[in-house]
Design a protein around this ligand. Structure first.
Ligand code: GLU
Length: 309
């Protein structure tokens, strides 16, 4: 029986909040360094519209790497899987999310998967549109539709802060440009990518997006198939194999829920056929995952038997 009340969630948040002390907020993007490390919030969104939540739920987070699953869904819809997987692979790496190492040793030099930065930059490169603004607006509309909130936007401060400091991401782009996997102007692509990562929302909206993936792309409230079933399945599979950085294997064993995290401390979970989860807890462990967020998911998965395996 899944968790039914916000009171039950409050108890779990209280227990997990203790673990925020063990992590640190990301500060390589200066604007993220201003988050309060003790924040922790969770929302669970059921397909019938019921939502339960606990913690600092009004707090907004930037999606950061969580956006990579959503841009992948859009690009698969735009271009089809053959086109996309000719340019980015399907295998986990075991390396940190921003590593450049494998690009040099692989031939062809295509990124191993769309959840690491190199792969995500290629995915963002493939978003269709006539200009950077047009491509960004297409991604934003898609996100607004899934979250059912037309006011969602990006945080200019976070986008600017990353744009000014994204030297490693620029290096990845130039490497990929040399190998003709990226064909556009790098500064423009970094502009689009940093805006994508800076799209912000609270954990209730994040849980609603997780629910769309959980329900095979269908929004039961509107009756609309927002993402085709086979694309939603691809996204969930990447969430299992590569969604939690190079801790994805351990996460699959201990928790067993398709999930994607970001360096802002967000985690989006999709419990197949059941519900979506949105978590925000900015204190990160050494792999880049929300330390208390992982604890919270561990408690949830154990108490309510949520592992899909
Ligand atoms: N915008 C961040 C970067 O590219 C996202 C990283 C993440 O959340 O894993 O470094």
């Amino acid at each position: 029986m899944p968790c039914q009340s916000s009171d039950e969630l409050n108890i779990l948040v209280k227990e997990a909040r203790e673990y925020t002390k063990e992590g640190k907020v990301a500060n390589y993007i200066p604007a993220l360094g201003r988050a309060n490390p003790h924040d922790l919030s969770i929302a669970i969104q059921y397909p019938d519209g019921q939502c339960i939540s606990a913690g600092d739920i009004e707090r907004k987070i930037s999606l950061q790497s969580i956006s990579k699953v959503i841009s992948l869904a859009l690009v698969l819809m735009d271009r089809g899987s053959n086109y996309v997987f000719e340019r980015v692979g399907m295998e986990p790496t075991g390396d940190p999310f921003n590593s450049i190492a494998k690009l040099e040793t692989l031939s062809p030099a295509k990124p191993l998967n769309p959840m690491i930065n190199a792969g995500a930059l290629v995915v963002t490169h493939m978003i269709k549109g006539n200009s950077i603004e047009d491509r960004f607006q297409r991604l934003l509309s898609f996100i607004r539709e899934m979250a059912n909130d037309s006011t969602i936007d990006y945080c200019e401060d976070v986008a600017q802060s990353e744009f000014k400091t994204a030297y490693l991401n620029r290096a990845l782009c130039y490497f990929l440009k040399q190998h003709h996997i990226i064909e556009e102007d790098v500064e423009k692509l970094i502009d689009l990518y940093t805006k994508q990562c800076a799209i912000e929302m609270n954990c209730l909206e994040l849980a609603r997006i997780g629910m769309i993936f959980a329900m095979d792309g269908v929004d039961l409230e509107s009756g609309k198939q927002i993402i085709p079933v086979h694309i939603s399945r691809i996204c969930k599979t990447f969430m299992v194999t590569c969604g939690m950085y190079n801790a994805s294997g351990e996460f699959a064993i201990k928790i067993g829920i398709p999930a994607k995290s970001g360096v802002s401390g967000g985690i989006m979970g999709a419990v197949p056929g059941k519900f979506g989860i949105g978590i925000f807890g900015p204190a990160l462990d050494e792999k880049g995952n929300s330390v208390a967020g992982i604890k919270l998911l561990e408690l949830l998965s154990r108490n309510y038997k949520l592992s899909m395996f």
